[in-house]
Design a protein around this ligand. Sequence first.
Ligand SMILES: Cc1cc2nc3c(=O)[nH]c(=O)nc-3n(C[C@H](O)[C@H](O)[C@H](O)COP(=O)(O)OP(=O)(O)OC[C@H]3O[C@@H](n4cnc5c(N)ncnc54)[C@H](O)[C@@H]3O)c2cc1C
Length: 466
Amino acid sequence: MSKKIGLFWLRDDFRLIKNYGLIEATINHDQVVVFYLYKKDNYKNQEAQKWWLFKSLSNFRKQLNNFNITLEIVETNSFKIFFDKLVKKNDFTIYWNKVYEPDYLKFDNYLSSSLKDNNIHHNRFKGNALNEIDEIKKSDGTPFKVFTPFWRTAEKYYIEKIPSKEKIIKKCKKKANYFNNCIEPEKILPKKNWFKNFEKIWIPDEQNAIKELQNFIKEKINNYSEGRNFPNIVGTSKLSPFIKFGQLHVETVWSECSKKKSKTVGTSKFLAEIGWREFNHSLINHFPYMLKNNYSKKFDKFPWKKNNKLLIAWKKGLTGYPIVDAGMRELYSTGWMHNRVRMIVGSFLVKHLLIDWKEGEKYFRNCLLDYSPASNVAGWQWVAGCGADAAPYFRIFNPILQGEKFDKEGEYVKKWVPELKNLSKKFIHKPWEFNDGKFKLGRDYPYPIVIHEDARAKALNAFKEI
Ligand SMILES: Cc1cc2nc3c(=O)[nH]c(=O)nc-3n(C[C@H](O)[C@H](O)[C@H](O)COP(=O)(O)OP(=O)(O)OC[C@H]3O[C@@H](n4cnc5c(N)ncnc54)[C@H](O)[C@@H]3O)c2cc1C
């Protein structure tokens, strides 16, 4: 047992189960302080996530308190400046878990060598992934660029790994404080309180994440392959923000699924989605330029259009295409959007409006509670056709047919676009054909901002240019 205090640098790990760094700190030290470094700039365009972060910090603080662990929040403009000062104090041992993003991993290396130079004991642990990035490569040592062989290899590798004995968190002897000038979680909340609605929907803590996972496995997973396509029902787990903030480790997702006696197609399909998350993390680490630019360089010449009016109509859910508008309003109201609809609204922005996917990526970043650089950038590039293993650009989603296929009765649309609630299923996805004398297009609901067939032709022409 070390006499020094144990510090745990909390990043996306708001959990006790499988929090490898924190658990080790409690095993090795009588006193442990968990600290969160709040760097305002990192959250500049992530307004919705400020709410989830605020809640996570508040709830995790209570959870840690039961183990005599303090959670301190320190505001900083730069991790480097913060740690350069901290390493001067040689009275602690520090632990943290990896975040699989190139900037974090790069900083980890800097921090490790700086701690080493100052003779400070430190330990870095596995983060929220099934496998480490470098563990999954093609037989020639190069990274996978296609999902199916990636997941086949990754799944096999994970199953064959010999699990180490699972350790659990230990209650510390007594509580301690370490940092000065700490801030309270409330300071992180966004100024504009549109997040009030989130409070009715989400409970961002670990116990709730586990409960939601177990309910999903019990009630929904068998029908997941089918149910996941329909936005009018809850057919998916809605666990993405919990996974992003680490309230849930993906190994826990895996192990809870494995407890199920009869493995169905639904279970393997669900785990394959966790596989997409792993794939995306692998991609951004092997090809970090894709975080800001097209993965496929030929798209650098794509003739994107700048049109603020169309972009605003898209953001506000006023495009005149009901399924697109429903999705954009669901996003703003709940901080989450169904995957099928993410693909439809994404395709509409880049193909019907010819607006650069980066604009969509930025807006999602600001509004999604589950925003993660890997999955957002990869998701957008998949939709735009410029990503690795992406949907081909020339496959253009028809928002009318998508609506008719995946929201047959129009229930999803009616929930989010109530001005269309009196339209029958025949017109719900093409309100411009409806006329009952009372409903007036242009007054009660917008005219379509582009005509599908024209937009499709223009998109295909633009694609020909590259
Ligand atoms: C344009 C676009 C942007 C996206 N941005 C994000 C993002 O910022 N953060 C994010 O977590 N997901 C993103 N996704 C992927 C996907 O839409 C969400 O993960 C999913 O809708 C979350 O809902 P769920 O938890 O009910 O998923 P489920 O269907 O229950 O899946 C379980 C888990 O698997 C992971 N997952 C599911 N689908 C995908 C996928 N296609 N790619 C990667 N991981 C997946 C998530 O962690 C999810 O919680 C994006 C997809 C698109 C098309």
